[in-house]
Design a protein around this ligand. Structure first.
Ligand code: FAD
Ligand code: MG
Ligand code: MG
Ligand code: MG
Ligand code: MG
Length: 554
């Protein structure tokens, strides 16, 4: 068996097949998966585990359906309903899948091993440390919160990343109401205690604000009528608008709905310090600082890099990055046999200008030193697979075919006889790389990457050795033997806005907002559940909430 060294995926050379027959079956390759979030579980569910010896390492023995975490903060959905035990996801007949409840604290690519620490505190090696070696490593560790080193945030703010966070928030909200109900409090103190501040106006912050608002007006004010008038929710957002990754129409709709609901939007403010009872904000335009008294604060202003990833990036010479750089086949750059998927990674798309001479040479089949329109058209599909920015650029410039790109000014009559030399070819493509897009840190991307990578692993046997993937352009083999690079397919995104209303942005520039969209949201999120068990639980939680309201006990 030989492993392709530079490749997206390691392949077995066909020539070695015959010899294998007489030898004992080869040892199954060891695949170690770090993390059981969106990316890790999507990989595991789609991997044909009969081909590999699989070991899964994660400090949490369950998968959490993060899009419903904001609903857990207010008891709309119970925490138990959105988690699925990881062991239930394994195929029962497969004995070659093992799960270890532990945290990986070091990746050692030179020894092809990961160092782990037991999360349950058993005494394995004096301190619960152990080592697991791999043939292939799949890093799916996700991201952590990012406080941008703002003083006091770690100590005083809540976060919304894990199931435990959501449970803590739920308890704290009720705590605030009970505290504000105690005797002998001044009005000012009540206002302070019942001031809920959300820092960060992205999808998570906005959804939490909406959920909290519903909880307050639908359930809590009935139970605490005496203090209703003191309740306030504020969103602090440093940008000009909330939901700035969404279509402008959705941002406007959300902002006006929140205005009607009495949710205050402080846009254009940056939080510079948090103390136990006040938040210091700075107006970005005037530079004036103000103190905002609060009872409870939630920080949802960005994601950061986990220390184990930072350390690994330093080892492989990616020190200055925020996420692990992979190639388009999701293999970590400059690191054999290690793949990274989900929030901990980002694909660094190869620029076409770096390969321009090779592309030209491959296209120039007759070695004439010039390309005809036919020669370019023959390779165009390969180019667009390998360098998606070419297609994006043409789309953004409203170009219909490649001749528009190659010779902007050529009239229709001249197209067929067009020829370009290398310099003209370079000039035509020199702006294309500006269209390289990064994929967002979302569950949708993580799940698609997990699925794609599992597919690659499942088909490894069928691949012929190739240096950098699928194409005539960059590989030696025939196109069909090789793998297409990962391509993200955006299926749209939702923003639940409370009061049984939601906004959605769907493929094809389709935007929908209001009550019917909320029903679409219910059906999509019910269908996306990982198992029938959680689906039934989630739907019955929604039903219970409709009939009886939320549970407001701690
Ligand atoms: P994660 O899902 O975070 O998984 C990381 C895994 O690694 C976890 O199992 C963790 O326990 C494990 N781990 C951590 N440290 C270690 C270690 N040292 N060793 C071993 N294992 C470790 N995305 C959407 O597309 N739509 C949404 O509606 C949406 N809503 C969201 C709402 C909230 C409140 C949040 C927090 C996120 C939301 N996201 C949403 C984003 C989405 O959850 C993430 O993009 C997604 O979880 C990324 O998947 P991942 O597998 O990379 O990381
Ligand atoms: Mg994961
Ligand atoms: Mg997850
Ligand atoms: Mg990513
Ligand atoms: Mg030629």
């Amino acid at each position: 068996l030989t492993a392709a060294s530079g490749g997206g995926i390691v392949a077995y050379a066909d020539s070695s097949r015959a010899e294998e027959a007489s030898e004992p079956p080869p040892r199954k390759k060891k695949v170690v998966v770090l993390g059981t979030g969106w990316a890790g579980t999507s990989f595991l569910k789609n991997l044909d585990s009969s081909r590999y010896e699989v070991k899964v390492i994660s400090p949490r023995n369950y998968f959490a359906f993060t899009p419903l975490l904001p609903s857990v903060t207010c008891g709309t959905v119970e925490a138990r309903s959105i988690v699925e035990p990881i062991r239930r996801m394994f195929d029962k007949k497969r004995k070659d899948v093992a799960y270890y409840e532990a945290e990986c604290f070091k990746i050692d690519p030179s020894k092809k091993a990961v160092h782990c620490r037991s999360a349950v505190g058993t005494n394995l090696d004096g301190n619960g440390d152990f080592m697991v070696d791999y043939d292939y490593l799949v890093v799916a560790l996700g991201a952590t919160v990012n406080t941008f080193n703002t003083p006091g945030v770690m100590e005083h703010c809540h976060f919304l990343k894990e199931v435990e966070d959501a449970q803590k928030i739920r308890k704290s909200v009720i705590d605030c109401f009970e505290r504000a109900s105690l005797p002998n409090l001044s009005e000012e103190e009540k206002r302070k205690i019942l001031h809920f501040v959300i820092i960060g106006g992205g999808p998570t912050g906005v959804e939490f604000a909406a959920e909290l608002h519903d909880f307050l007006v639908e359930d809590l004010v009935k139970l605490y009528p005496a203090i209703e008038e003191f309740v306030k929710i504020t969103i602090i957002q440093s940008g000009e608008h909330i939901l700035n990754t969404f279509d402008q129409r959705i941002a406007v709709f959300a902002e006006s709905k929140f205005q009607r609901d009495g949710i205050e939007l402080s846009t254009g403010f940056r939080v510079i310090k948090v103390s136990d009872d006040s938040i210091t904000v700075k107006c970005k335009s005037s530079g004036v600082e103000t103190l905002v008294p609060y009872g409870m604060a939630i920080w949802s202003a960005g994601i950061g890099t986990r220390p184990v990833i930072t350390e690994f990036m330093n080892q492989v010479g990616q020190g200055k990055r925020r996420a692990l750089a992979t190639n388009e086949w999701l293999r970590v750059r400059e690191c054999d046999s290690v793949y990274a998927i989900g929030d901990c990674s980002s694909i660094s798309q190869r620029k076409i200008m770096e390969d321009i001479s090779t592309v030209f040479k491959v296209a120039d089949k007759d070695n004439s030193g010039t390309l005809t329109l036919k020669e370019i058209n023959d390779i165009l599909e390969d180019i667009c697979i390998r360098y998606p920015q070419v297609e994006l650029y043409m789309k953004s410039m409203h170009m219909l075919d490649i001749s528009d790109l190659i010779k902007g000014g050529v009239g229709d009559a001249n197209k067929e006889s067009m020829v370009v030399d290398i310099e003209e070819f370079k000039k035509a493509l020199c702006h294309v790389d500006s269209q390289v897009k990064t994929v967002p840190a979302t569950a949708q991307v993580a799940a698609q990457q997990g699925y794609y990578l599992a597919d690659c692993f499942n088909k490894m046997d069928h691949c012929v050795e190739h240096p950098e993937g699928p194409l005539r352009l960059t590989g030696s083999g025939e196109g069909h033997h090789n793998f297409r690079p990962f391509r993200y397919k955006h299926l749209g995104q939702f923003a639940p806005l409370g009061g049984e209303q939601a906004a959605a942005e769907l493929p094809g520039d389709w935007v929908s907002m209001g009550h019917s969209t909320q029903w679409l949201w219910y059906s999509v999120y019910a269908s996306k559940q990982v198992s029938w068990r959680t689906r039934v639980l989630v739907v019955s939680d929604w039903t219970r909430r409709f009939i009886f309201g939320r549970d407001s006990s701690r």
